[in-house]
Design a protein around this ligand. Sequence first.
Ligand code: BGC
Length: 348
Amino acid sequence: MRALTCIPGRTGTLAVAEMTPPAPGDGELLVDGLAVGVCGTDREIAAAEYGTAPPGEQRLVLGHESLGRVRQPAGSFAAGDLVVGVVRRPDPVPCGACAHGEFDMCRNGRYTERGIKGLHGFASQQWVVEADYAVPIPAALERVGVLLEPTTVVAKAWEQVDRIGSRAWYEPERVLVTGAGPIGLLAAMIGVQRGLDVHVLDRVTDGPKPTLVADLGATYHATSVSEVAQSFTPDVVIEATGASAVVIDAIAATGSYGITCLTGVSSAGRRVQVDVGAANREIVLENDVVVGSVNANLSHYRSGVEALSRADLAWLERLITRRVPLERATEAFEPHDGDVKVVIDLQA
Ligand code: BGC
């Protein structure tokens, strides 16, 4: 069985390797991998900046944005069902959050993540997953089911925004999404599904992003956050670039009772000047909230499936701008102009 692997912590080790096919244990499904999506985290792991192999192993099988077809069923699954594997598993203690099924909110950091931290991922021709951590995907979503995992990340981000908003009267109207990559576009899609006036900001003026945003019924801006904030005041900002200057401007852009949800993981070491006094004053006087959001639990996988099912399939398919066969998987890690989501086809 072939799988996309690397040695975490060592550059230049990304390679398709022969691996022993996995054998399902009790309550586990055996799945034929169909596709995995590649995201910034995968690129960081390949660049030796992140990630850990399973204990006692050198190589990590990559891939946390999965889609597969059940070969050997377990639980309520039948052979042939489409399935996505959940990324995170609770820490072994478990902490209070993990003990309550909120492993996305793990308190002690000892959680594991498929394809990222201590567990093999899904970028292999076959994989196993516990039925309890397998999410059924409607057959109609076969071409786009691989977008579920990034959708769960934004489903959680929106849930955080709602929960924070509901601490007082809350009827948001305008949202600014910074970054028109897959996370930003999927966050915008959910914003539109909620009937909000959605604005998306990115650097590029050509390629698929401006039209993808327009076709959602949202407004595209290729300018700075501060310029956008001069024309309207967002109630909510979903930050999906992780770029230091954008993050700081995003926090300042909201109006009173503004909520800025940070979803991008920045690289450390980039310094920007911040007037902390002014930022503090604004956050306090406006009852603003800045919240970080990562990962997703099973409830977000369910809302992710709902969001994808309500979306325009043709629009979702256009988010996948490149499909690369497993044998050439390393090409998926090379940035191309106009890339939004690059997917590796595991059966091609
Ligand atoms: C994944 C999350 C994961 C995070 C940190 C992201 O790319 O989508 O599921 O928790 O990386 O490892």
